[in-house]
Design a protein around this ligand. Sequence first.
Ligand SMILES: Nc1ncnc2c1ncn2[C@@H]1O[C@H](COP(=O)(O)OP(=O)(O)OP(=O)(O)O)[C@@H](O)[C@H]1O
Length: 224
Amino acid sequence: MIEMRDVAFAYPRGGELFKGITLSLPRGSFHFLTGPSGAGKTTFLRLCIADLLPTSGSMTLFGQDAATLGRDALAGMRRRIGVVYQDTQFLDHLPVAENIALPLMVAGEPMDMAAIRDLLAWVQMTQQARAMPASLSGGERQRAALARAVILSPDVILADEPTGNLDWEMSLRLLQLLIELNRSGKTVLIATHDLNLIRAVKQQVSARVLRIAGGRLQAAGAEL
Ligand SMILES: Nc1ncnc2c1ncn2[C@@H]1O[C@H](COP(=O)(O)OP(=O)(O)OP(=O)(O)O)[C@@H](O)[C@H]1O
């Protein structure tokens, strides 16, 4: 799905953030990305959706070289990748159901009301369909964010500290949804600081844990 070969990245006017990254995220795999604050986890996820491009090395998305993709091709690729951010932004004047449906509108797809209802039920938000985003709890916001990230049926789901503001119980609930997606064949990559959460998930699925630190990406140590 996503492959990187000897990738290095530096922000303009910044030093090299990482280098020598070779990685494959195959179909149906489950990966965690961990590492100290500022090591580059968010940057790495932005590379995975070709929001940023490697400064050297190569990256392929769904078999195509990311550097050669034109705007339309890139937009097509991004539709196949759903992203959940730590602090998800919603359009505050639209109810939850419309917020979840936004990617359909942006993609020019018909409003599939049955799919929206199914997704709301899946994230246990049926009661909140008409609620406004400002009234949601942190856990509800993140579940709505996950529903929005998967409304276009992406092949890959990237989540950047999706449980950062949630308590343990709610974190597990959210992770359970991501596990379900993985079991249905989706590729999942989650950036998180929370090693306990990684341990809990690893009891249920075979997940690879990567650690980014000191500019390098490696398999995490034996503590996991
Ligand atoms: N747009 C940008 N321009 C320049 N430097 C940036 C930009 N975004 C991030 N950085 C820098 O790149 C480094 C990595 O940031 P990044 O957000 O990827 O780290 P992170 O591992 O996700 O951190 P955290 O765990 O705190 O969220 C940081 O030093 C950050 O200041």
